[in-house]
Design a protein around this ligand. Structure first.
Ligand SMILES: [Ca+2]
Ligand SMILES: [Ca+2]
Length: 285
């Protein structure tokens, strides 16, 4: 009988130990992920709200895309982060329609008290994105992203997920010097856009030319001049500068800060420079 009691006591102690070991961990669990499907970009695929300082995580199935780009777009200026995998590292970020950037560099825009409004310098009215957005090259991978409300009050938001063609009709063959597009001095169509992070646009200038370089927005688009063997010989040229390009050289247009944008925020133009001859002073009366 005593042996039976001892055995029962041992069994009870063992159960207690096993029970203690299987107690749920106190380590915080990663946020739940909401899986989303792409649509045509007209309707939201998700609507929600976030208290100050809170985040939500989502995934999208890249296999739904048939065009070369995927757009992840919010209708609010909240912090949008693309991750390299579920609960992974930050690949790209955006806090406004003005641009998105590699790493966390797209999170520089301060929100005004959680109202979702931005300071005036950050507003780019010509951007087709409704709020923060990131554009990526389409692939069949499942992509993960988070939305964070870094403002001081609650914020509501909608998510749009859709595929898209490049606005830049020279993509993506112009990413190397071998695929450079010929600059046409008489045309008004020497234009492009830096639409994904790391985009490079090469142009070939056959005849010596004076070219006006114009761009705008917050993408930080610059141009460099290269010789035929690919050697960089001048630049960066900034918005509003005139480029004197010897015959047979190349131009490479990129973002100087690993940024890109959607629509007009990321456009640039190369046009033949026209010398403005000042009017002769009127003769003395
Ligand atoms: Ca481009
Ligand atoms: Ca390109």
């Amino acid at each position: 009988m005593r042996r039976l009691v001892t055995l029962l006591a041992l069994l009870a102690a063992t159960t207690l130990v096993i029970s203690a070991c299987s107690k749920p961990s106190e380590v915080p669990q990663p946020p739940a992920t909401t899986a989303l499907d792409m649509t045509d970009g007209v309707a939201t695929v998700y609507s929600g709200s976030l208290a100050a300082g809170r985040s939500a995580q989502f995934s999208l199935d890249g296999a739904d895309a048939s065009d070369p780009l995927i757009v992840i777009e919010l209708d609010a200026n909240l912090d949008l982060r693309l991750l390299d995998r579920k609960d992974g590292l930050t690949v790209a970020t955006s806090s406004s329609p003005g641009f998105f950037a590699a790493g966390s560099a797209g999170l520089g825009v301060a929100l005004a008290g959680g109202s979702g409004s931005l300071d005036g310098s950050a507003i780019v009215t010509t951007a087709p994105c409704r709020g923060s957005c990131i554009v990526i090259t389409a692939s069949t991978d499942t992509r993960y992203f988070t939305v964070t409300n870094s403002g001081a009050g609650a914020a509501s938001y909608g998510i749009y997920l859709y595929d898209s063609i490049f606005r830049d009709t020279n993509e993506d063959g112009n990413n190397t010097i071998g695929g450079a597009v010929s600059y046409e001095p008489s045309a008004t169509t020497n234009e492009g856009a830096i639409e994904v992070i790391g985009d490079a646009d090469w142009w070939f200038v056959e005849n010596t030319a004076e070219i006006d370089f114009d761009t705008g927005g917050d993408v930080g688009i610059v141009a460099y001049r290269h010789t035929a063997d690919g050697t960089q010989v001048a630049g960066p040229y900034l918005n509003g500068q005139m480029l004197l390009v010897p015959a047979g050289q190349y131009l490479r247009v990129v973002s100087s800060s690993s940024r890109a944008g959607r629509g007009a925020t990321a456009n640039y133009f190369l046009t033949a420079h026209v010398e403005v001859v000042p009017l002769a002073p009127s003769s003395a009366r």
